[in-house]
Design a protein around this ligand. Structure first.
Ligand code: SF4
Length: 396
């Protein structure tokens, strides 16, 4: 079959995205220049097959092989026909990132260092609990947003991950945990809460999350796939119109001056505007609530007055509050709040009517706790320029 359409060098992604997203430069393997089929969601893959004169349903066959049968060898996909397999092998590939290291905590938490071409790597963490297993996935190598309490932010920014590198983390973790198609699921929830700000990598994160949701992919329900953002309002609005997933927001303070100190992005998108975007998000998704993450830092945002202000801020919004004891990392100026302070804070917000849980620290012995993730980040940040560029992209 002859390649008839110039779709290969471009990504045709989610059909329900706006036209700007469908013309994103395609992820093509740096080494082979063959297109990586894992960089497409179902809609993108259907378009790819049409572009080479094939029936779009080939997309379903390929996705089933990859996600249901864990088969990534195109030559072994027997229902594709020999000629098509040969053609595909010459123009395409199914390329996953690579597990470089695995560490297992005494509490069952597993952390993988996952490597990508070019020498970068991120950490992906699996947290088992009695009734669920959560996988924390990264969207960028490093992060440009520079939140002052975050180990990732301190490492700088290297690059966005591609769709295949994001969905590849889930695929590799599922295989490493012994995922069986009709067996009990080890991974029940995925949170885009690892390295990076997912909404600054919208074009790759959306098809990857679409594959998490799609029955031909991992088939997770909407409430089991969560995107966590530092509060990028234009991105929240686009997400609302794009894909049905749960939203988490890193809030960390109820007042602008404290929040700006912790999350510099707050300067551009202050709390009042962020609350409006969250309110619009839940009203669109009917009854869905927003999860707010609040890292408790000694003497910074853990005063009873902060708790009272938080109640005022959140009480009218369908929401849950996740209180996270700060996990110190080398070089940080912050300390974790005392147990008494955390308890007092939780009691105040709960008395005020909020649903609030204190997140248990997991995987401490392998540095897998929240905010401790590192990787191999070749920092290419000219931080302010990078942020400006990414902001302009998401806002345009
Ligand atoms: S908290 Fe999230 S958005 Fe902020 S620097 Fe860390 S990874 Fe980036």
């Amino acid at each position: 079959m002859v390649l008839t359409d110039p779709i290969l060098p471009r990504q045709r992604s989610l059909t329900f995205l706006d036209s700007k997203l469908t013309t994103t430069q395609a992820p093509v393997s740096a080494v082979t220049s063959r297109v990586n089929l894992l960089d497409f969601d179902e809609a993108g893959l259907r378009a790819f097959f049409e572009s080479i004169g094939e029936k779009p349903f080939r997309a379903q066959q390929v996705l089933k092989w990859v996600f249901h049968h864990a088969e990534t060898d195109i030559g072994a996909m027997t229902d594709l026909g020999i000629a098509l397999r040969e053609q595909l092998k010459s123009i395409a590939e199914i390329k996953l990132p690579e597990i470089l290291r695995e560490q297992r905590s005494i509490d069952g938490t597993v952390k993988w260092l996952i490597g990508f071409h070019g020498g970068n790597a991120v950490e992906t963490v699996y947290i088992p609990e009695p009734k669920r297993g959560t996988l924390c996935v990264s969207s960028q190598v490093g992060c440009a947003l520079n939140c002052s309490f975050c180990s990732t932010g301190a490492q700088g920014f290297a690059r966005n991950l591609t769709c295949s590198e994001i969905i590849g983390q889930v695929w590799l973790a599922a295989q490493a945990l012994g995922h069986e198609r009709n067996g009990e699921r080890r991974i029940t929830n995925v949170v885009m809460m690892g390295m990076g700000e997912p909404l600054l990598n919208f074009d790759a994160v959306m098809p990857a999350m679409s594959l998490m949701r799609n029955d031909l992919g991992f088939g997770f329900a909407a409430k089991r796939v969560t995107l966590s953002t530092a509060g990028l309002i234009p991105g929240i609005n686009r997400l609302r119109d794009t894909l049905d997933v749960a939203l988490a927001v890193s809030l960390h303070a109820p007042v602008d001056d404290v929040r700006t100190q912790l999350v510099p992005l707050n300067r551009k998108y202050p709390i009042a505007d962020l609350m409006q975007a969250c309110s619009d998000y839940v009203s669109e998704k009917h009854k869905r609530s927003v999860t707010f993450e609040y890292t408790l830092i000694d003497g910074v945002n853990d005063h009873p007055e902060h708790a009272h202000k938080l109640v005022k801020l959140l009480r009218r919004l369908p929401s849950k509050l996740n209180l996270i004891p700060f996990n110190p990392f080398p070089g940080t100026k912050y300390r974790c709040s005392s147990q008494d302070r955390i308890k007092e804070f939780q009691e105040i917000v709960m008395r005020g009517g909020l649903i609030a849980t204190v997140r248990k620290t997991r995987g401490e012995d392998i540095d897998a706790a929240c905010g401790q993730l590192v990787g191999k980040v070749m920092d290419r940040t000219k931080r302010s320029e990078r942020i400006k560029l990414q902001m302009a992209e998401i806002a345009s």
